[in-house]
Ligand binder design. Structure first.
Ligand SMILES: Cc1cc2nc3c(=O)[nH]c(=O)nc-3n(C[C@H](O)[C@H](O)[C@H](O)COP(=O)(O)O)c2cc1C
Length: 371
């Protein structure tokens, strides 16, 4: 393919089951720390999403939105665990649409990675009592009825996402949070319907998907962000993850985003120092594996920094869409700049934006420091 043709690909529209993104750049979910203490969207948060929409990104995925109070992973995150949230979320989607954007809501239960501070001092919920070696916190194993309660919460949250005018919802099944911890053999040591072998580890996401489909209806796009690799011994591998993706495709999932790693992984989800093209697109090999095995759109996220690398990933069939988080914190108008000929994001992957417990809002600290 000629250079001109590959350039066209990044800015070619793509359809995800009825949703049309005007280009193949996805703003991957990024916690904003801009909801109020109760999880309602604030003016500041809505302004941030309007700015992203005006910046020309093809598809925005919101930061994590809480499906059940027992899964609060961080403060000032969006919430969608009650109908009370629908009005404010409708205002958010209305303003994003008016600014020309397309927006999906990401649904989260934080599972074993919830700090007890945010869940009333309780031990966090998980499939099994596997201590988190990075914090020393041991979660408690969920009872069967609790598992069904959270599955129902995902279904209700998807229904609210549709009611609030989102173009899609995405279940967060990556990074060691609850759904991911059921899929992972490292964190799921159960021997019942919910764990024991690969098929049973899949049951939580299978039931959550069914609940979401029942809640949001047949034609609403449902997406998943999943770990292609947990990046730790005993964790989910690209092969097992790909087979889960195939099952989800058979059930009707509309798009799959690939990421990897969890809090305990040695190699991180959010890798620092992505300064050379060789370091970019660090899940591209997993993208290639998924692309060979599923036919729904595949989004690959992690370390996309230059237009050329993103175009190469699309051209070689390693992904259908390229996801970005940190570069769009610094430059919400980066897609527009790429379209005008800019080659590279200004993001230096210093990860100061990810130190969110210390920040009052998630933002580019390097930019403020002049770096
Ligand atoms: C500040 C910050 C917040 C994030 N919040 C989320 C989130 O809410 N949901 C999610 O799936 N991933 C989240 N991530 C991970 C990103 O979506 C992405 O997978 C990761 O940063 C790698 O992509 P990048 O190199 O483009 O930043 C977050 C990352 C950062 C830096």
């Amino acid at each position: 393919m000629e250079e001109g043709e590959t350039k066209k690909m990044l800015f070619e529209p793509v359809s995800i089951s009825g949703l049309t993104a005007k280009n193949r750049i996805v703003r991957s979910a990024t916690y904003e720390k801009r909801a109020d203490e109760d999880g309602f969207a604030t003016e500041e948060l809505i302004n941030m999403y309007e700015e992203l929409a005006r910046g020309g990104v093809g598809l925005i995925v919101t930061g994590v939105a809480l499906v059940h109070p027992s899964g609060r992973g961080m403060p000032k995150m969006l919430s969608v665990h009650s109908d009370r949230y629908i009005d404010k979320l409708s205002e958010l989607t209305g303003r994003v649409h008016a600014a020309g954007g397309v927006i999906a809501l990401q649904l989260l239960h934080g599972g074993r990675q919830c700090p007890p501070l945010y869940i009333g001092g309780e031990a966090p919920m998980a499939p099994s009592e596997v201590p988190d070696t990075s914090t020393g916190i041991t979660p408690r194993a969920m009872r069967d009825e609790e598992i069904w309660m959270i599955i129902e919460a995902f279904g209700e949250a998807a229904r609210r996402g549709l009611a609030a005018g989102f173009d899609a919802v995405q279940i967060h099944a990556a990074h060691g949070y609850l759904v991911s911890s059921f899929l992972s053999p490292y964190t799921n040591r159960r021997d019942d319907y919910w764990g024991g072998d690969e098929e049973r580890r899949f049951h939580f996401v299978e039931e959550a998907y069914k609940a979401m489909r029942a809640g949001a209806g047949k034609s609403f796009p449902l997406m998943i962000k999943m770990n292609g690799d947990d990046l730790l011994p005993g964790g989910i591998t690209p092969g097992e993850s790909m087979r889960a993706a195939r099952r989800l495709e058979d059930m009707g999932i509309d798009a799959i985003e690939i990421s990897g790693g969890m809090r305990e992984s040695a190699i991180k989800t959010i890798r620092p120092g992505i300064l050379k093209p060789q370091d970019e697109a660090y899940f591209r090999d997993i993208g290639a594996l998924f692309k060979k095995n599923v036919s729904v759109p595949v989004i690959v996220t992690g370390g996309m920094r230059t237009r050329k690398v993103m175009e190469g990933v699309l051209k070689r069939g390693e992904a259908d869409l390229a996801g970005m988080s940190r570069p769009l914190i610094r430059q919400p108008d980066l897609p527009k700049l790429f379209k005008q000929g800019r080659e590279k994001a200004d993001c230096i992957s210093c990860n100061k934006c990810a130190n969110f417990l210390k920040l009052d809002t998630v933002r580019c600290v390097a930019l403020e420091e002049g770096a």
